[in-house]
Design a protein around this ligand. Structure first.
Ligand SMILES: [Zn+2]
Length: 399
């Protein structure tokens, strides 16, 4: 190959590589590349995420259906030593053995904390879902099973993205979501370290953390989006923060500290949002009988129900009825998040019922997903979306 062509190809390959790993995201941040890198204390490369499978958390059962479609090893979590090699693990029950150990397939083990390590990525199955990485199987002191999928961060984010945002959303919205999800996960890992539980688990796979469905929606598009934002997170004053996100704010996002036990900070201080207008969740109504509300709220008399304090945005901050009061989030959860889609509502007394007229879907804090789609459709890039919903946060690659 002529040297000039070889050099040109190498240069093209380098450009392609840089594009794939993140210049698309930085292209409109307008910072020199040198400032786009950061290091986080204790972080060397992508971390492993320990995802406790919510179905087994809290650990209540003593069996689970797990399988490995291919070769696998079973190792001691304590020593790392391999205890067993297998060719395939058919749909198999793992449970605390009567003698105090674990049964995995036909194999019994005296240890109560094991790792199932598939030889082929994605060949692990728990229930009807496939997973990348390894599975930690722990028998708790109460003889219950705890299952934890241990998976590299980028694989984890590929499994979160399509579970948290429709994959037919525009690319920029998906990139913004991937960065928010990665930041959230890293923040949760730090919290788990502070809480002293990080050796066992960091996040749950459901809405108690963020939804992760293994490889269920881990499509080529999801993986491409994740690859293009690899290692990119949001920082505030050099620190990770809890990058809340939700479906539809309904017109304004809210300061996180109004609803969650976090300090006030600029990136989570709330923004007006016109980008989610016209969505299916822009306006909703729920008419609920007073009798039903009494039951759900645990009060004898719900008459006089009123919003006594609103946020600076559009959400209900404090609601009173029957001598009790709730903040908007607790009230929504008590009444039912499938009936009150958000905390942005007005309430009207209709005799035997109350009519709630609301806007938006979700808690209204942080990134508005439908608004992100709206911004992306108007031509905004992922960095614009992140700068909008997390104002003054820095967008940086940390590995
Ligand atoms: Zn919005």
């Amino acid at each position: 190959m002529p040297k000039s062509l070889s050099t040109a190809l190498k240069a093209a390959a380098q450009l392609f590589f840089l594009g794939v790993v993140g210049l698309t995201l930085y292209s409109c941040v307008q910072r020199p590349a040198a400032q786009s890198q950061a290091t986080l204390e204790g972080l060397q490369g992508q971390p492993l995420v320990r995802v406790a499978l919510g179905k087994y958390f809290p650990a209540e059962g003593n069996s689970a259906v797990i399988a490995v479609e291919g070769e696998y090893r079973v190792a001691s979590s304590r020593s790392g030593g391999v205890l067993h090699h297998g060719s395939t693990l058919p749909a198999s029950v793992a449970m605390p053995g009567r003698k105090g150990g674990l049964l995995i397939g036909a194999q019994s083990f005296s240890e109560r904390d094991l790792r199932v390590l598939p030889a082929f990525d994605g060949s692990l199955k728990v229930g009807d879902r496939y997973y990348r990485g390894a599975l930690r199987v722990v028998a708790t002191d109460e003889d219950r099973l705890l299952l934890v999928n241990e998976v590299p961060m980028e694989e984890y984010i590929a499994g979160v993205l399509g579970a948290e945002m429709p994959l037919d959303y525009p690319r920029a919205a998906l990139e913004a979501q991937a960065v928010a999800a990665r930041t959230y996960a890293l923040y949760e890992i730090r919290q788990a370290e502070k809480d002293g539980r990080s050796e066992l688990w960091h996040v749950l796979d459901d809405t108690r953390s963020q939804v992760y469905a293994g490889t269920l929606r881990d499509t080529e598009k999801a993986r491409a989006v994740v690859a293009s934002t690899r290692g990119v997170v949001l920082l505030s004053g050099g620190r990770l923060f809890c990058t809340y996100f939700h479906s539809t704010c309904g017109g304004s996002t809210e300061a996180a500290d109004l609803f969650f036990p976090v300090p006030h900070m600029a990136p989570l201080s709330g923004r007006p949002c016109e980008y989610c207008s016209g969505s299916r969740w822009s306006a909703w109504q729920a008419e609920i009988s007073k009798q039903d509300l009494c039951t759900r709220l645990g009060v004898k008399d719900v008459s006089g129900l009123a919003i006594v304090e609103k946020t600076p945005g559009i959400h209900a901050l404090k609601i009173q009825a029957g001598g009790k009061s709730w903040n908007g989030l607790d009230f929504r959860l008590a009444v039912g998040p499938d009936r009150l889609f958000s905390t942005a509502f007005d309430v009207e007394d209709r005799g035997a019922t109350y009519l709630f007229r609301g806007r938006g879907y979700g808690h209204g804090v942080g990134l508005c997903q439908v608004g992100s789609r709206g911004m992306a459709e108007l031509g905004y890039e992922a960095s614009d979306i992140l700068n909008y919903y997390y104002p003054s946060a820095e967008i940086l690659r940390v590995y």
